[in-house]
Design a protein around this ligand. Structure first.
Ligand code: AMP
Ligand code: TRP
Length: 347
């Protein structure tokens, strides 16, 4: 048997985001992308745009291409550093699709059907109308992850079940063939795993479910976002206190404030003692404007230079492919595929 590829010098971190909206929303940023930027300091980072996942539901080709580039620009504007991190498009590294096939062959039909995201997304038109791609989405996601043998996968709470399936598949492969995959750990920060809709704080902020006034789009004009914060739904009573059960609206605003201003919730509670909801919302609107203005400017600047953006993505996919191709070679060998190329001595 050939030697396995050596373990990486620094533990890796990997995550992906789908290019299915014109702008990241505040939940994407606070729940996920912010952690990516923080983790790149101590880990070898791989971050990608999941354009292949984006076609599991119907997507207009022109819009998809635009959103893919826009997502990459937003990652960089959010602080992901292309010097440190490999930033790439999923479709540029064909090993993702190749490993996904192998993993699909290890996944039980019933196991795949239990995925709650599939159940949710297929509920509208019925299972018969959903694409097979939507059904096998979690196996592609498992391939995305396992190819890079990361230690951590920073995501929001809604991806936890997919991470569990990924670990099960890794374990199954390791057990059936030979130890090949590292078991990845979800990296989900409890405090920010679920940013809520500003108008209906019982639900998460979501591009598919939120009303326009409940969601903060990071590329919207900052004054528009400030207005949404000022008219956010708060709770009965007057006290500014973090209590998710009794005060979901106020608690959500405190979570957002704390994340954007880098101040603890306790500190904010103390500051706002004896003050009203209006004060909190007004101040948070200012904090938000200070945050989204440079983010938006930087994104637009990057989009103004598509050649540079494409160069960053090309460099990222080369770095990614170097790792992915080694893992896939191990996998193909272990499942018993005959190697391509000149005849070699029998293994
Ligand atoms: P998506 O836009 O569904 O590809 O999500 C991108 C990332 O953002 C994933 O890691 C999600 O778990 C995370 N995410 C999406 N919505 C929220 C939210 N409301 N709160 C926290 N994280 C979220
Ligand atoms: N499914 C993820 C989402 O909707 C995006 C994604 C695709 C992903 N592949 C991944 C996230 C691999 C982490 C790791 O948010």
């Amino acid at each position: 048997m050939p030697e396995s590829s050596p373990p990486p010098a620094r533990p890796r971190v990997l995550s992906g985001i789908q290019p299915t909206a014109d702008s990241f929303h505040l939940g994407n940023y606070i729940g996920a992308v912010r952690q990516w930027a923080a983790l790149q300091e101590d880990f070898e980072p791989f971050f990608f745009i999941a354009d292949m996942h984006a076609i599991t539901v119907e997507a207009d080709p022109k819009v998809l291409r635009e959103r893919s580039r826009k997502s990459a620009a937003q990652l960089i504007a959010a602080g992901v550093d292309p010097q440190r991190a490999a930033i790439f498009l999923q479709s540029h590294v064909p090993e993702h699709a190749q490993l996904a096939w192998v993993l699909m062959c290890l996944t039980g039909f019933g196991e795949a059907r239990r995925m709650t995201q599939f159940k949710d997304k297929s509920a509208k038109g019925g299972e018969g109308a959903a694409s097979v791609g939507l059904f096998t989405y979690p196996m592609l996601m498992a391939a995305d992850i396992l190819l890079y043998r990361p230690q951590y996968v920073p995501v929001g709470e809604d991806q936890r079940q997919h991470l569990e399936l990924t670990r099960d598949l890794a374990q199954r492969f390791n057990h059936r063939y030979k130890r090949t995959f590292r078991l990845p750990e979800p990296y989900i920060l409890k405090e920010t795993a679920k940013i809520r809709d500003l108008q209906s704080p019982d639900n998460k902020m979501s591009k598919s479910a939120s009303s326009p006034t409940g969601i903060i789009e990071m590329l919207d004009p900052p004054s528009q976002s400030a207005k949404k914060v000022r008219s956010a739904v708060t709770d009965s009573g007057t006290e500014i206190r973090f209590d998710e059960a009794a005060k979901p609206g106020v608690s959500n605003l405190l979570t957002i404030y704390s994340a954007l201003a880098g101040r603890s919730i306790e500190e904010l509670e103390k500051d706002y003692q004896g003050r009203g909801y209006g004060d909190l919302k007004g101040d948070l609107a200012d904090v938000l404007v200070d945050f989204v203005t440079p983010f938006r400017d930087r994104t637009l600047e990057l989009l103004d230079d598509p050649a540079e953006l494409d160069r960053i993505l090309e460099d990222g996919s080369e770095r990614a492919a170097a790792v992915a191709s080694r893992t896939l070679a191990d996998v193909y060998d272990r499942v018993g595929f005959v190697p391509r190329g000149p005849v070699r001595s029998a293994r």
